[in-house]
Design a protein around this ligand. Structure first.
Ligand code: TRP
Length: 446
């Protein structure tokens, strides 16, 4: 086991927030959030999702960071160090979940590269939304090209993790996230001023409460976990690199706020234009990729906007995928003494291979499981089952097993103690486990 004092730390306080926000903000906000919102009926889903982010989500994020900063190891090791052997099963669950998520994350990450290149080869010169949707269908039916781009994306992910977690990610986030933010603001302006955009705005912002069912609740819970990178120990790892004098509640609040902001911004780009062009909100996993080019096509020099967007989207996805590979790799590094280079290469390649059925399942070869495409089934299993389950145990662990340590750890800044300590612990002891259990059961029943 490595010496605690040897563990590297984040370059700066901002570095941690950027890297953690970089892990959170990615395909989850820009690809998954709009398409799940479209499938589960719009504004009511958005409302439930927002409530979950600022109750269970933020509390669990603080819990994971506390566990990591105190345990100073990856999820499995931190659980073992703080709670004893049996708890490390929760960490294990996370390693498996990260493996599954990254397998299809790489597929969608590959799509962002492909669409960057397509920007220069006529993607935005199509005048009708039908043709742009067709471009997507043709692309995902071509086995060779989807796998090619998936491999490219995974190679980039492996490259970053191979070179260590600190510097690279921090630097990448510092440039790309503000750029992405500004570009998305411009795209919102374009989208909401399209004729017919208002129908999309009301779909996205005016809740119809009758649409809230157990299934919708579970989907919102899964999205909250997915988008905030919770439930599988990713934030435990990031916390383990965190210096003692960092303010965990305020960092967590900032990360949750930024993630929600980018998700809402993505919705404000996609839904107005979707309705302006009479497209289908429940189009599924391709939604972002068939809607955005339509917006770019309505802008002067559309191909440039398109290229710029997809390049930043790619980097946003990359800063998330590296945290997923880090969860799997750091387990092998900390527990089996593997070298970082070996862990990232071997595991990265295995995960890439495991992602091939997902890559093919979107059109090239009909691979289905439980009535869903392979990719959707893997996503459902990881986001709606494994991650909430992980969150359930993490909240119990912090709320009951180590609540004294947690109290100390969250209040270790002498100048300002955390005024909501009791509320936070109450949420983790009762609210989070009970809500997760109820949502879980009602969602799986419906
Ligand atoms: N949150 C990321 C996204 O929205 C995905 C992700 C990265 C993730 N690391 C994670 C999800 C750890 C769960 C756990 O794109």
């Amino acid at each position: 086991m490595p010496e605690i004092s040897e563990r590297e730390q984040w370059g700066s306080k901002l570095g941690f927030i950027l890297a953690a926000a970089g892990s959170a903000i990615g395909l989850g906000s820009i690809w998954r959030f709009p398409y799940i919102t479209g499938q589960y009926g719009g504004a009511a889903f958005v409302l439930v999702y927002t409530l979950l982010v600022f109750s269970i989500g933020i509390s669990l994020m603080m819990a994971e960071i506390v566990i990591g900063r105190r345990g100073k190891l990856n999820a499995v090791g931190s659980f073992k160090a703080l709670g004893g052997g049996a708890w490390s099963i929760v960490g294990w669950l996370g390693v498996i979940a990260a493996f599954i998520i990254l397998s299809y994350y790489g597929v969608i990450g590959g799509w962002t590269i492909a669409y960057f290149i397509k920007s220069f080869t006529g993607l935005t010169s199509h005048s009708s939304s039908g043709q742009i949707a067709k471009t997507f269908e043709i692309f995902v039916s071509n086995a060779g090209s989807v796998i090619f781009y998936q491999v490219l994306f995974m190679a980039a992910t492996i490259f970053v993790v191979y070179n260590g977690v600190g510097g690279g990610i921090e630097r990448l986030c510092k440039i790309c996230m503000p750029a992405l933010f500004i570009l998305m603001l411009i795209l919102i302006l374009r989208s909401v001023t399209l004729p017919g955009a208002s129908k999309g705005l009301s779909f996205f912002l005016k809740p119809d409460f009758t649409k809230i069912t157990g299934e919708v609740l579970l989907a919102a819970l899964g999205q909250a976990f997915f988008s905030l990178s919770l439930g599988i120990g990713a934030m435990i790892i990031y916390g383990s690199y965190l210096p003692e004098d960092s303010n965990i509640p305020s960092s967590s609040a900032q990360i949750c706020f930024l993630t929600l902001l980018i998700s809402i911004m993505a919705g404000l780009i996609i839904f107005p234009s979707l309705f302006a062009f009479n497209m289908e909100p429940a189009a599924g996993a391709g939604l972002t990729f068939i809607t955005l080019p339509v917006v770019f096509a309505k802008m002067p020099a559309g191909f440039l906007w398109s290229a710029l967007f997809f390049v930043l989207f790619f980097f946003a996805a990359l800063t998330s995928s590296v945290s997923l590979l880090e969860v799997v790799a750091s387990y092998f590094i900390d527990n089996f003494g593997w070298k970082r280079s070996r862990a990232t290469l071997v595991l990265g390649i295995i995960i890439t291979i495991a992602g091939i059925p997902s890559a093919l399942s979107q059109g090239a070869v009909p691979i289905n499981l439980f009535g869903k495409s392979f990719l959707d089934a893997a996503d459902f299993f990881a986001s709606n089952l494994l991650m909430p389950l992980g969150g359930f145990f993490i909240s119990l662990f912090l709320g009951w097993k180590i609540h004294n340590i947690a109290k100390e750890e969250i209040n270790n800044l002498s100048e300002n103690s955390f005024p909501l300590t009791k509320t936070w612990l109450f949420i983790l002891q009762y609210i989070a486990p009970i809500c997760i259990a109820i949502i879980f059961i009602s969602g799986l029943r419906s």
